[in-house]
Ligand binder design. Structure first.
Ligand SMILES: Cc1ncc(COP(=O)(O)O)c(C=O)c1O
Length: 446
């Protein structure tokens, strides 16, 4: 259906067949919220209203919507080489895209494995960690350590190392064994209304020491964390926390995986959060912004020594028994190359860094807004945590989300937190508009 047909309510299809992901299906289908077109900073809703995108879609449309060079690259690729098998065959764009991604990743992490999503990137990274330790002759390293409130997608691996309880509950008892979780780093008593990284809380990393003492460091394959936890409601790492995790992992030979599905590609004003925070992990997972979300794609950047141990350590033939039909799909690679060109040409990562102080000032104008118990920011990410309504967790933030949408601004809710993450092309006037919509909504919601 084209955009005009979609905006014509008579052409709206039945909503029954599509079982929507992470959605209250019954409520949605009673009162649907449909977006039908998008350009740059705006969506157009089915009723024709323009909606300012305060969330870059789902933290992924970093260069803004429907960018012509990306659309053209995808269309040309579809007409040139629509698909090529990625197992025992290849096509040049996958190698070109890997080389381009490797030029942005932290130093040493220059071997790139393509997936189709963040979830697949996470499961791939966990499997590479296990394969690495087998290749190194340390097969007893099978344990993974995640973190409370962490989000690592929805595969069995990612769900297992993830720490958002609601995502785990329906599958309890059937997740990966040998997984522990560090405590999350959120502490309102010490850190409410911090600007940037909270000063207090580096010691939360020391919980890893206790796990090492309990299990033996030689049994832990990898620790996986989001350098900035996004989906749980924007938890900014306390100053010194990531450094301490890095140090503990290094001392015990444990691999450190940064899940940068949200923070990759400029969200904090550097290519990756690893560079922004000055802490280098051993593997980085990414997705979303890699193609500006125009074609699904994910990837794992792997340190060369890990890649070499697995590849050179294999007796011959296939070295890693893992991959997807669409790993390095030509359309995704074309989109990635065009996207990375666009980021570079428009200097969007530097732009995010330059806008970050303005963004911080704007977001912290919400300090003291009705119901706000915390306001957080880092890079071009902001969050307002609301006091929950008695007996109805999340309801107040959801009402604020609906109010913002009604007034033409898309924000995101995670529990009782409103999360903001506009495309990196956002103007200062649009930043003000987003923040004002949230301020107005908080005055209106009960
Ligand atoms: C940190 C992180 N990891 C993994 C994922 C999963 O990515 P996908 O939804 O593409 O599978 C997400 C999605 O938001 C994420 O934020």
């Amino acid at each position: 259906m084209n955009a005009r047909a979609a905006t014509d309510s008579a052409a709206t299809p039945s909503l029954d067949a599509h079982w929507m992901p992470f959605t209250a299906n019954r409520a949605f289908k009673r009162a649907p919220r449909l977006l039908v077109t998008a350009k740059d900073m705006h969506y157009v809703a089915a009723d024709g209203r323009r909606v300012l995108d305060g969330t870059a879609g789902l933290w992924c449309v970093n260069a803004g919507h429907a960018r012509e060079p990306i659309a053209r690259a995808i269309a040309e690729q579809a007409a040139t080489l629509d698909y090529a098998p990625g197992f025992q065959m290849g096509h040049p764009l996958a190698f070109a895209a890997a080389q381009r991604v490797a030029a942005l990743t932290p130093r040493g992490l220059d071997r790139i494995f393509f997936t189709n999503s963040g979830s697949e990137a996470v499961d791939t990274a966990l499997k590479i960690a296990l394969a690495y330790w087998k290749a190194k002759g340390e097969p007893e390293r099978i344990r993974f350590v995640g973190r409370e409130r962490g989000y690592h997608g929805v595969g069995f691996g990612g769900t297992s190392v993830g720490g958002i309880e609601a995502n785990r509950r329906q599958f309890a008892g059937q997740l990966l064994p040998h997984v522990d979780h560090l405590p999350h780093t959120h502490d309102l008593a010490h850190n409410a209304f911090s600007r940037g990284q909270p000063a207090w809380g580096a010691h939360f990393a020391d919980a890893l020491e206790a796990l090492i003492a309990k299990h033996g460091g030689h049994t832990i394959a990898a620790v996986i964390v989001e350098p900035m936890a996004g989906s749980t409601g924007v938890l900014v790492p306390p100053a010194g926390y990531l450094e301490r995790l890095r140090d503990l992992c290094s001392r015990h030979g444990i691999l450190l995986i940064f899940d940068e599905v949200i923070t990759g590609f400029g969200r904090l004003g550097a290519p990756f959060a690893a560079q922004f925070f000055g802490v280098t992990p051993d593997l980085v997972t990414m997705a979303k912004g890699i193609t500006n979300a125009a074609v699904p794609m994910g990837a794992v950047a792997v340190h060369r020594r890990i890649h070499d141990a697995v590849v050179d350590g294999a007796p011959g033939g296939i070295e890693l028994f893992h991959g997807y039909t669409y790993s390095g799909h030509p359309l995704a690679c074309a989109a990635a190359l065009a996207t990375l060109d666009l980021y570079e040409r428009e200097g969007l990562f530097a732009r995010a860094a330059e806008l970050a102080p303005y963004w911080a000032d704007a977001v912290h104008r919400l300090d003291g807004a009705p119901h706000a118990i915390d306001v957080r920011n880092i890079g071009l990410v902001g969050a307002v945590e609301l006091a929950p309504r008695d007996g109805a967790p999340g309801a107040r933030a959801f009402d604020a989300f609906l109010d913002c949408l009604e007034h033409g601004v898309l924000v995101r809710v995670a529990g009782d937190t409103i999360a903001l993450s506009p495309p990196l092309i956002v103007s200062t006037a649009q930043i003000d508009e987003i923040v004002q919509a949230v301020a107005d909504a908080l005055r209106r919601v009960a």
